[in-house]
Design a protein around this ligand. Structure first.
Ligand code: FE2
Length: 235
């Protein structure tokens, strides 16, 4: 089995998990469908499924388009408000796709539908948890809740040190680190009080400001419809 971040540019990570000639994409971005198809074809991989760690606000997901085009499942957490999902997952879901086992852990906070996707040696954390100083994703966007995020962070204690944290956003070229490393180097995992977390999140949200693509990306993801005009592609 191989796991690779195949984003062609930008800060939003897309993971390709390949095994036995088949592939799963986690958090693919609509803008890069041609890029993913090229990689799949070059490596003679058949796309078997798509998954989203949460309803994204910063890009249009490729999941509903790839699901329709390839007639493959699109998996998301069972209570997601997003349409276009073909198969819902919960804590009891165990999937085996091309010999790789997938489990799901609900970690609401950044959004209500955030999950950790777990496979052997890797956790795909979306914007629930980043590597190192980047901390975690913001909680001030639609369906975000600080208190729930804090509670979800405590549930990480059930996961071992040696899993690799494959997050939803990292600066290009970032070397991914283990959960054990993050327990020592991610400021959020060293915090002992909710107040500390709240302060960190407030400062971070102020620094980040508004999300430029949200008014196009969020409705597209909720309704599973690609808009006729995508401002960042028509410039
Ligand atoms: Fe996000």
């Amino acid at each position: 089995m191989e796991v690779e971040d195949i984003r062609p540019e930008g800060w939003a990570c897309t993971y390709l998990i390949s095994n036995e000639g088949k592939a799963v994409l986690i958090d693919p971005v609509w803008d890069y469908i041609a890029h993913y198809r090229k990689i799949l074809s070059e490596r003679s991989l058949e796309l078997a499924a798509c998954m989203a760690t949460h309803t994204h606000a910063d890009h249009i997901t490729a999941c509903f388009s790839l699901s329709k085009q390839n007639n493959i499942p699109f998996y998301m957490w069972k209570d997601t408000a997003s349409l276009g999902v073909t198969d819902y997952v919960d804590e009891s879901t165990k999937l085996t796709i091309a010999g790789v086992e997938y489990a799901f852990h609900h970690v609401p906070g950044h959004t209500q539908d955030s999950v950790i996707i777990e496979i052997d040696g890797h956790i795909f954390t979306g914007d629930f948890l980043f590597n190192g100083d980047a901390g975690v994703g913001r909680d001030d966007l639609p369906s975000g809740r600080l208190t729930e995020h804090w509670t979800s962070i405590q549930s990480l204690s059930a996961l071992p040190d040696d899993v690799l944290v494959c997050s939803g956003h990292e600066p290009p070229g970032t070397e991914l680190q283990s959960l054990g490393w993050n327990r020592m180097h991610n400021p959020i995992l060293a915090m002992s009080s909710y107040d500390e977390f709240e302060q960190w999140q407030k400062k971070t949200a102020e620094k980040l400001g508004s999300v430029s693509k949200i008014k196009t990306a969020l409705p597209a993801n909720l309704f599973a419809e690609v808009p006729e005009e995508i401002p960042w592609l028509s410039q």
